[in-house]
Design a protein around this ligand. Structure first.
Ligand code: NDP
Length: 443
């Protein structure tokens, strides 16, 4: 790093103990060196220094009472990172690993992702270190209500519109939306991922996984490859993983392995999606249950081993840093020729470098998984119009958006002399729109 080294040094100094945030910023700044060279006015105006500093960071106490009457205290977060091109938009994550550094990394990534969609949405992210695992429905409800009791004063349909993420699905959005409405006495599209009978959009549930496959389909096509006949490994078995499986299968692929945070399952005959949905969406159990229904499948404890399964296409859809350098090397050695990131930052910087060096078709998260937030923005539009589009209308728009994102990334990469490097392309294309808006607004 040359021109932007001071920016990176400041990030390291001012945000200690936030390795995920450092990693996300470093990856973006490395890509933006040629942009800084081309736009000295942005360096002078400190656009790069401003974009790495959140506009606002909110941390709050979330007290809640469990089924035995015992009180617990969790921590809530909302980072309103950048509103240059629209209201803050980004999900809420409930997971014990959540801290301010994780929320900042996710919020930072969200700025560029949202910009790439071409829709008017800024970047934000939030969540809590609350662990939903093993909690009863009543406990989840009480937690969500307490969380919204505080969060509600910071958000609004024209200010900040949260959505789901790990640990926050339709049920949690419903409880939070109910509480927001009760406090504010207004029916507005302040959250996305809502149920279909109270303002949700058809296609939102499927959007991130479907969008990932639409993006990868374009990237594969450019190299005369396709999902058709390919063996695919998908990590995770949550929202993104399930619908990536569904679309990849519709496109002619066979999904041979999936995982959860305990371990992974493998079946050369293909993983049955109905069984996964039953275990994960209905019963909320461990993926190890799968082998009870399908004796040809095997279960292995520990999720990292999933990357040793030989495949053509890998779709990491679980969590950050799940593919390290070693796993990347194994994937490449086993003949994997494409990796599409459904999760946020699932590959370490070293793993990404290996993929790029080895000419793997690599779809970086902020481009490849932007279908979820894009469809959230479509949900916002429908709420504002008090209207609903059909599933086909939403899915058509999603396909157009994902194609557009691929083209933007590919064009920016070529324009700056990094042909085929969609990581650099995504960072540059996402950044330029926001930088121009920040420069114009003088903020
Ligand atoms: P879910 O909570 O629905 O599912 C997460 C899945 O990942 C679960 O199967 C979970 O296993 C597994 N998992 C969690 N932590 C780990 C871990 N440390 N190692 C291995 N597996 C793990 O979340 P989503 O599907 O919504 O989100 C997945 C990823 O996609 C996240 O990175 C999220 O930020 C990103 N994303 C999500 C979007 C969305 O629309 N939902 C949009 C864009 C990105 P278990 O069942 O054991 O908990």
């Amino acid at each position: 790093m040359n021109i932007l080294k001071n920016v990176m040094d400041d990030v390291l100094r001012r945000n200690p103990n936030e390795p995920e945030f450092h990693q996300a910023v470093k990856e973006v700044l490395l890509s933006l060196e040629p942009v800084a060279e081309k736009h000295p006015e942005w360096v002078t105006d400190k656009i790069f220094d401003k974009i790495v500093e959140p506009e606002r960071q909110i941390i709050f106490r979330v007290p809640w009472i469990d089924d035995k009457g015992v009180e617990h205290i969790n921590r809530g977060f909302r980072v309103q990172f950048n509103s240059a091109i629209g209201p803050y938009k980004g999900g809420l994550r409930f997971h014990p690993s959540v801290n301010i550094g994780i929320v900042k990394f996710l919020g930072f990534e969200q700025i560029f992702k949202n910009s790439l969609t071409g829709l008017p949405i800024g970047g934000g992210k939030g969540g809590s270190d609350f662990d939903p695992k093993g909690k009863s429905n009543s406990e989840i409800k009480r937690f969500c209500q307490s969380f919204m009791l505080e969060l509600n004063r910071h958000i609004g349909e024209n200010t900040d519109i949260p959505a789901g993420d790990i640990g926050v699905g339709g049920r949690e959005i419903g409880y939070m939306y109910g509480m927001y409405k009760k406090i504010n006495n207004e029916f507005t599209g302040v959250l996305t991922g809502k149920g279909l009978n109270y303002g949700g959009s058809l296609g939102r549930t499927e959007a991130t996984g479907y969008g990932l496959c639409y993006f990868m389909n374009e990237a594969l096509k450019a190299k005369s490859k396709s999902f058709y006949g390919a063996n695919v490994v998908i990590s995770g078995s949550g929202n993104v993983a399930i619908y990536a499986h569904q679309k990849a299968t519709q496109l002619g692929a066979k999904v041979i392995a999936m995982s959860d945070s305990s371990g992974y399952i493998y079946d050369d005959n293909g993983i049955n999606l109905d069984t996964i949905k039953k275990i994960k969406e209905v019963e909320r159990k461990r993926i190890s249950e799968y082998i009870k229904y399908h004796p040809t499948a095997t279960y292995t404890e520990g999720c990292i081993g999933i990357w040793t399964v030989k495949c053509d296409i890998a779709l990491p859809c679980a969590t950050q840093n799940e593919i390290d350098q070693n796993s990347a090397k194994i994937l490449i050695d086993n003949g994997c020729y494409a990796v599409g990131e459904g999760a946020n930052m699932p590959s370490t910087i070293e793993a990404v470098d290996l993929f790029i060096e080895n000419k793997i078709i690599f779809g970086p998260a902020k481009a490849a998984n932007a279908g979820g937030v894009a469809t959230s923005a479509l949900e916002m539009s429908q709420n504002s119009m008090r209207y609903s589009w059909t599933f086909e209308e939403v899915d058509d728009k999603l396909q157009t958006i994902m194609k557009g994102i691929y083209e933007k990334c590919s064009t920016a990469a070529t324009e700056y002399g990094y042909e085929d490097n969609l990581v650099i392309g995504a960072n540059i294309a996402g950044f330029i729109k926001v930088a121009e808006a920040m420069y114009a607004q003088g903020i």
